[in-house]
Write a protein that binds this ligand. Structure first.
Ligand SMILES: NC(=O)c1ccc[n+]([C@@H]2O[C@H](COP(=O)([O-])OP(=O)(O)OC[C@H]3O[C@@H](n4cnc5c(N)ncnc54)[C@H](O)[C@@H]3O)[C@@H](O)[C@H]2O)c1
Length: 308
């Protein structure tokens, strides 16, 4: 039986619940939001849709206790409208919510894999890990998975090849101190320094292009939802199938003594081996510097008191 929980039923939590039910990807789905009416509404709406589906998902709402035997729990609380101000504007709000939600998860005895989507992603994943008390390998953030996907898309469009032909990672801090590790990027097995499919690709232009789609989405919609939902579903599949899929998720990286976006293998156990690739010295320095930025952000949370 596949049992999945989602905490926070805003744009992202709702879309994820919708996809899980519509595609029959969960046998039991636990939906929790601080807004009772919203949770009741999402449950009713999805149950109405189930009248025509040939799969069935049992939907339970507002009950932390039933998370005890859940396989995967996704945290998608937050207040994304704040992102219109600046990328880290949710920090205080998310921190207070994470303390409160984390305590409730701890009390529920949840022992599966927690995937955190709430921003600022690395810092809030670290706060949640402390609060829920699960081993670090079981508490993952979405990290720079979306940045990496956007980079692959920018490269694929520039070289006129399929996105699947592109490999490589963005490390560091989601929506902040990103590190484009060009040494890891290959297209059709070739490094970017080579002409790809007859195209010479410029790194700075690729970087701008990769960030542009985030800008377009945020300025038009005010939030982004589809890519994060699709990649969260992909991570869930990797966990259930024990795939050992390599993605740059937010993980605790002992070398930097902090949560940071870093490529690692994802499977049934959560995080497996970290990918220790042969990076350029400058890239290693940049990752170290991103780790310092994240540590400062986590340190700054000590001055925040109270719960929202
Ligand atoms: N990493 C990514 O690529 C990515 C993409 C999109 C969104 N996000 C992040 O995911 C989070 C959710 O985004 P969204 O657009 O759905 O936000 P949203 O503001 O639409 O929804 C947040 C939901 O969380 C609920 N909530 C707040 N505090 C809670 C608590 N203590 N307990 C339970 N529920 C609580 C709210 O009631 C609301 O329904 C944000 O932090 C956002 O920045 C990340």
């Amino acid at each position: 039986m596949r049992k999945i929980g989602i905490i926070g039923l805003g744009h992202v939590g709702r879309m994820l619940a919708n996809q899980l039910v519509m595609n029959g990807k969960a046998d039991e789905l636990v939906l929790i939001d601080k807004n009772d009416q919203l949770a009741v509404a999402v449950q009713a709406d999805l149950n109405d849709a189930q009248t025509v589906l040939d799969t069935y998902t049992k939907i339970i709402i507002q009950d932390y206790a039933v998370l005890a035997d859940a396989d995967i729990l996704v945290t998608a609380f937050g207040k994304s409208e704040l992102l219109r101000q600046q990328p880290m504007a949710e920090l205080e709000t998310s921190y207070r919510q994470a303390k409160q939600v984390g305590q409730q998860i701890f009390k529920s005895d949840f022992s599966g894999i927690l995937i955190n989507l709430t921003n600022p992603n690395e810092a809030i994943t670290a706060v949640l890990q402390q609060a829920v008390g699960l081993p670090q390998k079981q508490v993952i953030g979405i990290g720079t998975v979306i940045e990496t996907a956007r980079l692959h898309r920018a490269i694929a469009e520039g070289a006129q090849v399929a996105t699947a032909n592109v490999t490589g990672f963005v490390y560091g801090q989601h929506d902040g101190h990103q590190v484009f590790a060009w040494s890891t990027v290959h297209v059709n097995g070739q490094p970017l320094t080579a002409a790809i499919n007859g195209h010479h690709l410029d790194q700075s232009q690729l970087k701008v292009k990769a960030n542009l789609s985030n800008w377009y989405t945020l300025s038009g919609l005010g939030y982004n939802v589809s890519a994060v939902t699709a990649w969260t579903l992909r991570i869930m599949t990797a966990i259930f199938a024990d795939e050992q899929l390599a993605l740059p998720v937010a993980i605790y990286q002992p070398q930097y003594a902090t949560y940071i976006s870093f490529p690692a293998l994802i499977g049934r156990q959560g995080i497996g081996n970290l990918l220790l690739l042969n990076l350029y010295p400058l890239e290693r320095e940049e990752i170290k510097s991103a780790a310092e930025t994240i540590k400062h952000q986590i340190e700054s949370l000590k001055n925040i008191k109270g719960e929202s």
